[in-house]
Design a binder for this molecule. Structure first.
Ligand SMILES: Cc1cc2nc3c(=O)[nH]c(=O)nc-3n(C[C@H](O)[C@H](O)[C@H](O)COP(=O)(O)O)c2cc1C
Length: 129
């Protein structure tokens, strides 16, 4: 699995120090949870304090109420402009809600403030939540 992260984000420092991360796949009905994690920084709020989670085998947090998760160990990091590509080997994971549709990035609209980077058509045909 790969993720692209801004090294100025506080979570990047945690990732770089621990060399592990979890990709928690949200359900389509968890848009507000995407906002919870994606619009505030752990520099100012403990984002896990109000969310049910457990420590996975790698030590990285696994959300209890989500569609699925992938626990990963970092195997490579590549500079990519103002972000870093972090490549991880999946060492554990599970599907928690097999019948639930996933929350797609396109369905988050402009939640991350990046809409101007994409063609307008990107958000057409968004899934209903
Ligand atoms: C839908 C969505 C997707 C996002 N994707 C990324 C991403 O791929 N990489 C990244 O560095 N930040 C991404 N962000 C922004 C961070 O989640 C956001 O800046 C967050 O507040 C950083 O928190 P931290 O300082 O605790 O790391 C995304 C935000 C949203 C809402």
């Amino acid at each position: 699995m790969a993720l692209s992260v801004n090294p100025e984000h506080a979570s990047y420092l945690i990732l770089a120090a621990s060399q592990v991360f979890t990709i928690n796949v949200l359900r389509a009905d968890q848009q507000s949870l995407a906002g919870h994690f994606g619009t505030q920084s752990c520099r100012t709020v403990d984002k896990l304090a109000s969310i049910p989670w457990r420590e996975g085998g790698t030590g990285a947090p696994v959300l209890l109420d989500a569609l699925a998760y992938f626990e990963c160990e970092v195997i490579r990091e590549v500079e990519a402009g103002d972000h870093r590509l972090v490549i991880g080997r999946v060492v554990d994971g599970a599907v928690l809600a097999p019948n639930a549709p996933p929350l797609l990035y396109a369905a988050t609209g402009n939640l991350d403030g990046s809409a101007e980077l994409y063609p307008k058509e990107f958000c057409e045909g968004q899934q209903e939540t």
